[in-house]
Design a binder for this molecule. Structure first.
Ligand code: PRT
Ligand code: MG
Length: 210
């Protein structure tokens, strides 16, 4: 039975929205994350420490058991292999939508449409379900540029207010998935550290309920 567990959190906007939850739970990091250079940080709860990593690295830390728990966007989880991962809770933070966007819905005239995205798996699955043959072009950021520059006909990206699309002359066209941040656990940790994890999960449930 392990007594201390590690929680991996995506840096950036997910971290920002997670801190208030951790405070409510008596699990606030003991150092100011905005200013410290440390990446492995104790919390007010001696049973829990936190690692702050890139969004796309959270599933990896949890899959390999380097972290027992993780907080990551559903978008990131859909792109990860998901082996050894168990989704415990929808935290209801950092909500947005995964959408198809473009200048307008192009008529394909039998040609394969080009779709630029960093969400290759989700996009492939979505267009396959629609029975549409598309060519997926992997990008790592600034997807909005692709239709403007002629790199692609469409993009698949996260949309919140839609301001970023509008600012680039694009519009949301089709809804793929509602996105929010999820609490995930390493499957082996769930057995080895059941009591400690259970305790932390209950605290998360209470924190998101009020
Ligand atoms: O920077 P790094 O590469 O390490 O990671 P990141 O940029 O993916 O991290 P960050 O901090 O941006 O957080 C990403 C996570 O936040 C995602 O995995 C989602 O789960 C969640 N999230 C929620 C969002 C948004 N809302 C969101 N609106 N992530 C990104 N956006 C971007 C979107 O890509 C687009 O560029 O915001 C823009 C659209 O916003 P609107 O309001 O203009 O529509
Ligand atoms: Mg970013």
């Amino acid at each position: 039975m392990k007594t201390q567990i590690t929680l991996a959190i995506s840096k950036g906007r997910i971290l920002k929205d997670t801190i208030p939850l951790l405070k409510k739970m008596g699990m606030a990091p003991v150092e100011d994350l905005a200013h410290t250079r440390k990446l492995l940080i104790d919390t007010e709860n001696p049973q829990v420490r936190v690692v702050v990593v890139r969004a796309t690295d959270v599933p990896t830390y949890v899959e390999y058991g380097a972290a027992d728990l993780g907080i990551a966007g559903k978008d990131v989880l859909m792109e990860s292999r998901g082996d050894g991962l168990y989704e415990l809770l929808d935290l209801g933070i950092c909500k947005c939508k995964l959408m198809v966007a473009g200048r307008n819905m192009p008529s394909s005239h039998g040609q394969r449409l080009k779709v630029a995205t960093k969400y290759v798996n989700a996009a492939q699955q979505y267009f396959a379900q629609q029975g549409k043959q598309v060519e997926i072009i992997k990008l790592y950021g600034s997807m909005e540029l692709a239709p403007i520059t002629g790199l692609a006909d469409l993009i698949v990206d996260l949309v919140d207010t839609g301001n970023t699309l509008r600012a680039n002359g694009l519009e949301p066209l089709e809804h793929i998935e509602d996105i929010s941040s999820r609490l995930v656990a390493n499957k082996a940790s769930l057995k080895v550290s059941f009591d400690t994890l259970q305790n932390v999960v209950e605290k998360f449930k209470a924190a998101i309920a009020n």
